[in-house]
Design a protein. Structure first.
Length: 148
């Protein structure tokens, strides 16, 4: 057997349909597109979402109000009560420790401590932001607050 003897299996190869090449081809005349009208023409079709001249759905629906501020900073929030539950007296609370203990989900998001709950342990808190009541509770318990 030589390379020039190789042929595809019978019936496995099919020629493409060549329309508009005369009546003898069987696909002459209107080339399988019907008689007349918009869809028989090249490029003749209505776009997606066209509803026959009726006001389309995407124009009937209300537009969303407002805007999205792309410079908004989302803080990971930790309450004072959570610090009371997880940390011991004298511990240093920072983003790495909070991430290691599973309190915050991201090492990159800034952390803010809020004042919900009570605190009885002296902790050193080193985070990005601290609310006023949280700062008062931490310092009242003998701890210190360092904002980054």
């Amino acid at each position: 057997m030589q390379l020039n003897d190789l042929t595809p299996a019978p019936g496995s190869r099919k020629d493409r349909k060549r329309v508009g090449r005369g009546h003898g081809s069987g696909h002459g005349g209107q080339s399988g597109r019907g008689s007349d009208g918009q869809n028989s023409r090249a490029g003749g079709s209505k776009g997606p979402g066209f509803e026959g001249g009726q006001n389309p759905l995407y124009m009937r629906l209300p537009k969303l109000p407002g805007f999205t501020n792309h410079f908004r900073v989302e803080y990971a929030v930790v309450n004072v009560s959570r610090l009371e539950d997880v940390f011991a007296k004298g511990d240093v609370v920072d983003i790495n420790v909070l991430y290691a203990k599973g309190i915050v989900k991201s090492k990159t998001a800034p952390v803010k401590v809020l004042g919900d709950g009570e605190l009885t342990k002296a902790l050193t808190v080193k985070v990005d932001k601290v609310s006023g009541p949280a700062r008062a509770k931490i310092e009242a318990a003998g701890g210190t607050v360092d904002t980054l």
